[in-house]
Design a protein around this ligand. Sequence first.
Ligand code: DMJ
Length: 477
Amino acid sequence: MNFQNLYLIVFLFIISCNNSEKKQTSLINLKSNDTLTYKPSEIKTQMLRSWNAYKDYAWGKDVLLPLSKSGFNWYDQSLGISPIDAYSTLSVMGLDQEAKEIENYALLMDWDKDVFVQVFEVNIRILGGLLAIYDITKNPEILDRAIDFGDRLLPAFDSPTGIPYHSVNLKTGATSGNNGEGSGNIVNTAQAATYLFEFGILSYYSRNPKYYQVAKKATLAIFERKSKIGLPGDFINVESGEWTNDWSYLQAGMDSYYEYLFKSNLLFPDPEIEDIWNYSLEKINQYYSDEYNGRQFYACVNMNNGEIVKRSMSLYDAFFPAIQALHGDLSNAEKNMATWDWLWNKYGLLPTRYLYEEDKIEYANSELNPEIIESAYYLHQITGNIKYLKMIQKYWADIKDCCMNETAFHAISDVRTMKEKDYLATYFYAETLKYFYLAAVDKNTFNFNNYIFNTEAHPFKKSNFNSEKAKTYLGIN
Ligand code: DMJ
């Protein structure tokens, strides 16, 4: 055993002694009045501790590396992704001073950076994050920063199909795929069409339809290329519009395409998108749905004949019970959630990908992703059933056990051994801790019914958007 491991064990022992009282109450027994035995203040304390760790060890960088106590940038230059992602969680927790610090930081960000960024990732995290800051503060200078950022993404959509290139240079507008940089002209379906929500909000607030219109064009470009049986594929060439792979599923790579077909309609009703969503949901239930060994799964299928090609689940598709529940399909939502909860309890965390036919882990890492907590939160809010709170409580207890360290929290490289990984994803701030917190607060603190979350859990208040005005601002016919 090296000194680092010894130190960690001693530290965890001290923590566990200090927390023994907390731990006893944070296991599985809920009080009869439907509240969690962990308090929102516990999550708030952990958010503050993790945020301070970012400030101490990684300030100015994109990501905190909690074990080596350092920072990491996604690209040559920092985009400040952790702070921008963390803002809305700090704000809903009432950590106003910390939130204000990020608002000021965002105002100073100069997006004129000679760096190629992944359009999908920066849209959900940075554009979504900036728009959330504006939604909360109504600071017009923040909106200017969001418009500036959004404008720098637009050249990516200037392709023969309207599907965005994988990456765009924030300074020059050059795109990967037509300048020899990056990963060529192929994107997955989520990278192709997860823009309706943020671009809709940007159009609404800027009163300029151009953002929503490019997002809609990209979405239609995917939908119109569906197979004869009505399924999209998972990888597409943005220039030729040809599918380069013929698999279809709910997993990472297609997940948020479906999520935004549904969610953007909730803020900005658009009959064309609503029809596509209803059509797509029918196909999901017809082809992906796979009852296997008495459990409800959603398989990978061939887009042309609907035959199952792989019985697998990735932890990202645990977002889907939330969507099913919000759509009103509680029967499938609850069956689906039960499957995710079963997989969590098998390992005490979700592995990134699990093969359910072979009962085998394919990718064993876990980055403390939020989706299963998100779905349990939605299901509790929508059904009022206490069993979903119990699930959330168990997930929190397990995450504390496996992944809390002296700095903040860390990812896991193998859920079978709980081997640590020196990484704390930006969505741990934006999503994971937010859902734990929101599950524990009362309706006066945060009313679930008043908000729609983007795929990175940035909350947008429904009452900030008027459907009639949206028709004009977004150019919806
Ligand atoms: C987040 O960045 C977003 O939720 C995205 O849509 C996919 N999942 C990660 C977190 O797991």
